[in-house]
Design a protein around this ligand. Structure first.
Ligand SMILES: [Zn+2]
Length: 666
């Protein structure tokens, strides 16, 4: 094969892989293989400079910075889109469109509104000729050199049906991941960071040196079109499909909706998913899909009349950091909390937000007095997401980690290798308070009426120094608390008492042992059946359980065998807190309902799994260790030490025949 042929072959291959990567998001080769193709092409082009063309994939980034940007006229005006924050106005828009068209027989193309910079890409004879900003809508800046440097912009459209002129319009944006990495690196180097991806994109496209643009990792998504020299389809959605086929990235999150109700659903659905996208979006654009109907509707001087943008309420707000306080969690974690001038986010007032840890404080480089941006992550928890360092006041004060626990004055230590600062005093009242609140929580002991304010008072008045103290509170004790009437005191005491029967899993979860959450607690309680059996378990036994790794096993084992852990368990037992696992048994129905059974040795008629399934099928519970709560032990051939333990505890032992009988008769 001649070099000329090979060069063409390589260019086609690279374009195809660009398309697979940027448009289809399904690459077929590794980055390394891609680089090898590119290297080979570069070598051949170096050998034959006369064969280098402008649209060769090697020619994305020109050699020299440009002096400035020329002005270009848009062949078709880039009008801005009318927008609203009010969903009712989307319905009003729909009503108006239907009135004007006198018809319901059309669809809407609905597309997330990417928060980037609008650009127009003009292809002539399939080759990228001009990239331009929107500017004033009639004229924009010629940023061709910069858009060429954006990897997802095809330099050439592929397909034998590409018309002479194709203008794709869309959004240049900075993917969240690479934006965050870029900003972090800038901050590390003491350079100014960008406030958000949109500002970053705008700043990048204004660079005179396209090599800088190439390094930043911007991306492009087409969502519309300007001048196209042939009519290639009747619907905008079909044009977008065609664009994809030619190698232009389009939104994977666009949808065609048959009426305004479907549009509303799409708006709702995206509101829930938009935080997961790799680009920031601030709304949804709703466009009539049929092109001849668009012509019929026309435009005002500013906006097309066939299109509206619904914008999600701004979730980011700027404010000033006034103070940082510290919260001590139930595990002693000391968390810095930012207090700032009130802002409104998604309809709620926000005055504080967690700063998470001191690494985060450093990462944000935040100081008292700084201008900060607050966002609601997952629509719920406000976060300090950014600091506007350009606006830093001269007297901005550094935030230094406390050396002692702000609650008890005890020593505060940083976790070895971790990012958290921790109060290591187990008697810390702040920790006790948080532990009690957690213990009483819905997913743990689920104690009604035992709210935060009551816990605070119980601790402050010295009425409760330990979980077990809760169970010894009398109505008289509780009546001392603020605004506690006779009846509510009685209700609280009753609620606490009735939580005694929650069972082992809830107790384990409620103790707040590090890494032992509800799921782990359930698995462990189910397996061991009661606290005594659990206390007999070795660390290795715990590790063997499904979903329980060495970290959980270690933490739990350490707690159970620590002085504090043993004391806690003893005290809870003394006040009759149930520490058996009765979940499955109480749910069960059948001959073995409520029975706890252990199987040891091998049976002739059942595998171990079959035996366990058979027991559970008739309402019984299977545990691995024998304890005083075991009802009977099924003993097969070559039984282990469990038989001895059963004998010692006086637990009934039965053979396989008897087992078979009990499965049907109990
Ligand atoms: Zn403390």
């Amino acid at each position: 094969m001649s070099d000329t042929q090979r060069i063409e072959e390589l260019r086609d291959a690279i374009r195809r892989h660009d398309r697979l990567y940027y448009v289809e998001a399904s690459p077929e080769i590794s980055d390394r293989q891609y680089d090898a193709l590119m290297d080979e092409l570069k070598r051949l082009e170096d050998k034959h400079p006369e064969l280098v063309t402008e649209d060769s994939p090697t020619q994305r980034v020109g050699g020299e910075p440009v002096e400035g940007f020329e002005t270009v006229d848009h062949a078709v005006a880039m009008l801005s889109i009318d927008n609203t924050y009010n969903v009712d106005e989307v319905r009003t828009f729909d009503q108006r469109v239907r009135n004007e068209l006198g018809s319901n027989g059309f669809d809407y193309l609905v597309d997330p509104k990417i928060d980037g910079v609008a650009v127009s890409l003009r292809y002539e004879s399939g080759r990228l000729a001009i990239g331009a900003t929107r500017g004033n809508g009639r004229q924009g800046d010629d940023i061709t050199a910069n858009v060429r440097a954006v990897a997802s912009v095809p330099l050439r459209l592929t397909g034998d049906d590409v018309p002479d002129v194709v203008e794709a319009r869309g959004e240049m944006y900075w993917p969240r991941g690479s934006f965050a990495a870029f900003n972090a690196k800038r901050a590390e180097q003491g350079e100014q960071t960008f406030a958000n991806p949109r500002n970053g994109t705008a700043g990048t496209l204004k660079q005179l040196d396209p090599r800088i643009v190439a390094q930043r990792g911007l991306a492009f998504i087409a969502h519309g079109f300007g001048d196209i020299s042939e009519r290639i389809a009747d619907r905008a959605s079909a044009i977008m499909d065609t664009f994809r086929r030619w190698g232009l990235p389009t939104s994977a999150d666009a949808s065609v909706c048959e009426d305004v109700d479907a549009v509303m659903d799409a708006i709702d659905a995206w509101a829930r998913r938009r935080s997961e996208a790799d680009y920031e979006t601030d709304g949804m654009v709703v466009k009539v899909d049929e092109l001849d109907l668009r012509d019929e509707l026309g435009a005002t001087s500013k906006h097309p009349r066939w299109c509206i943008a619904y914008k999600y309420e701004a979730e980011r707000a700027e404010t000033h950091l006034r103070e940082v306080s510290y919260q001590v969690g139930r595990l002693g974690t000391i968390t810095p909390v930012a207090h700032f001038d009130e802002v409104h986010l998604s309809g709620t007032k926000v005055t504080n937000a967690s700063l998470h840890n001191f690494d985060q404080v450093e990462r944000l480089d935040v100081r008292l007095g700084d201008a900060i941006a607050i966002e609601k992550a997952g629509e719920i928890i406000p976060q300090v997401v950014q600091v506007n360092h350009a606006k830093r006041p001269k007297n901005a004060k550094r935030i230094t980690p406390p050396e002692t626990c702000p609650a008890c004055g005890g020593p505060a230590r940083r976790d070895p290798g971790g990012v958290y600062l921790r109060c290591i005093d187990p008697e810390c009242p702040a920790q006790l308070r948080e532990r009690l609140k957690f213990f009483a929580g819905r997913n743990q002991m689920d104690i009604d009426h035992l709210g935060e304010k009551i816990v605070d008072q119980l601790v402050d008045r010295g009425l409760v120094e330990h979980f077990a103290d809760l169970y010894q509170l009398t109505v008289e004790d509780v009546k001392q608390l603020d605004r506690m009437a006779d009846k509510s005191a009685r209700n609280l005491v009753d609620a606490i008492r009735s939580s005694k029967d929650r069972g082992l899993a809830r107790v384990l979860a409620g103790l707040g042992i590090r890494y032992v959450g509800n799921r782990a607690a359930e698995i462990i309680a189910d397996h061991y059946g009661d606290m005594d059996a659990l206390l007999d378990a070795g660390r290795e036994d715990l590790e063997q359980l499904d979903e329980i790794g060495p970290v959980i096993a270690e933490s739990l084992h350490q707690f159970l065998h620590s002085k504090r852990g043993r004391g806690t368990i003893r005290r809870l037992k003394n006040v009759d807190v149930d520490m058996t696992s009765h979940r499955a048994a109480s749910d069960g129905d059948g001959p073995l309902a409520g029975k706890t059974v252990v199987v040891t040795g091998s049976l002739d008629g059942y595998s171990r799994k079959e035996a366990e399934d058979a027991i559970e099928a008739v309402g019984g519970r299977v545990t691995s260790s024998v304890s005083s709560n075991t009802d009977f032990v099924v003993v097969g051939a070559k039984p282990g030490s469990k038989v001895d333990k059963a004998e010692r505890l006086g637990v009934e032992r039965i053979d396989e025949d008897e087992f078979r009988k009990r499965l049907s008769t109990g």
